[in-house]
Design a protein around this ligand. Structure first.
Ligand code: ATR
Length: 291
């Protein structure tokens, strides 16, 4: 990659940030389409988020992805918030404006596009959302916005599920979300559901775990999406697949949140499908240790 005085600079801030595969993805896009942009990792400690945003602005940095643990803390340092990011209460992408950075949440766009690509139609579907943390908020927003008939929010802590359900019901002005304790999943009477798994259960190295073990739960599912992509097939997806459900892992979500960010930083650019497919293959190689 050749950079020069006119190169646009973007990056990702987080702590830790060393494991991030976003630099590989964004630099691949720039190389493939011949865009003069470089993307670098920034290790930012919790107490330095405000300074980092101010410093980035002073350094003329065009865009920044924000990852754990700064997705909420960064919000007070922005000049503007996109409607979706405000509703979700978390920001993962900053875009430079005249006065500061505008915050977006492209995780929601990433999930939405990945589910569409996997042939998972949300509209008029009874959905089961597992988890009520940060990732679940973006997923709840997508499920409500795209017309789920009902969203059961299943979480180990019932209170958190209920709070998220109320937030979304208030936001969308109809009572479509209901908080349910994870152990009470059998209270859900619907079948043919679409499930979206956003807890950390089953993520490497705890790959033998699933948030729900009983096979009767998986019989309720027509489709199952897991936001996890390490491993590629979580135990949750394996159980869903064995019960006959269509499944998809979180790699697509990772890819498309990146595409959405890249296109926000480069107005007028639309990444071609074959370039996106190439990035997916690159990520796959990397994650499977083949690269
Ligand atoms: P993220 O930003 O990735 O969503 P988070 O906000 O810390 O991370 O949320 C983690 C989610 O995983 C929560 O829904 C959490 O459930 P609680 O709210 O009850 O803590 C869920 N989770 C984590 N470990 C779990 C476990 N062993 N069993 C069930 N749920 C678990």
């Amino acid at each position: 990659m050749i950079t020069n005085g006119t190169s646009k600079v973007c990056g990702v801030m987080g702590c830790p940030v060393e494991h991030s595969i976003s630099p590989m993805m964004h630099n691949y896009y720039s190389e493939q389409i011949g865009n003069d942009m470089i993307y670098v990792p920034f290790l930012v400690q919790r107490e330095a988020v405000g300074d980092a945003v101010q410093g980035a602005f002073a350094l003329n940095i065009q865009g920044i992805n924000v990852t754990v643990p700064h997705k909420q803390a960064v919000m007070e340092h922005l000049s503007e918030l996109d409607e979706g990011a405000r509703a979700i209460g978390a920001v993962n992408t900053l875009v430079r404006t005249k006065d500061g950075y505008k915050g977006y949440n492209t995780d929601a766009e990433g999930l939405s596009r990945a589910m569409k690509e996997a042939g998972m139609d949300i509209s008029h579907r009874a959905c089961i959302l597992l988890g009520a943390g940060g990732a679940a908020k973006a997923a709840a927003y997508v499920l409500c916005r795209e017309g789920a008939s009902k969203v059961y929010i299943l979480n180990r802590s019932l209170k958190k599920a209920q709070v998220l359900a109320e937030e979304m019901n208030g936001l969308f002005g109809r009572p479509m979300c209901l908080g349910v304790a994870l152990s009470d999943w059998s209270q859900i009477k619907e079948d043919h559901c679409l499930a979206v798994q956003t807890t950390s259960v089953g993520m490497y190295p705890e790959t033998e775990q699933a948030p729900v073990e009983e096979s009767a739960f998986y019989q309720k599912l027509d489709m199952a999406f897991d936001a996890i992509y390490t491993p590629m097939e979580t135990r949750f997806l394996k159980l869903a697949s064995e019960a006959g459900a269509k499944t998809a892992n979180g790699l697509g979500m990772l890819i498309y949140q990146g595409v959405a960010a890249y296109e926000l930083w480069n107005p007028g650019v639309k990444l071609p499908d074959d370039v996106i497919a190439g990035a997916k293959e690159l990520m796959l190689c990397h994650l499977e240790g083949r690269a």
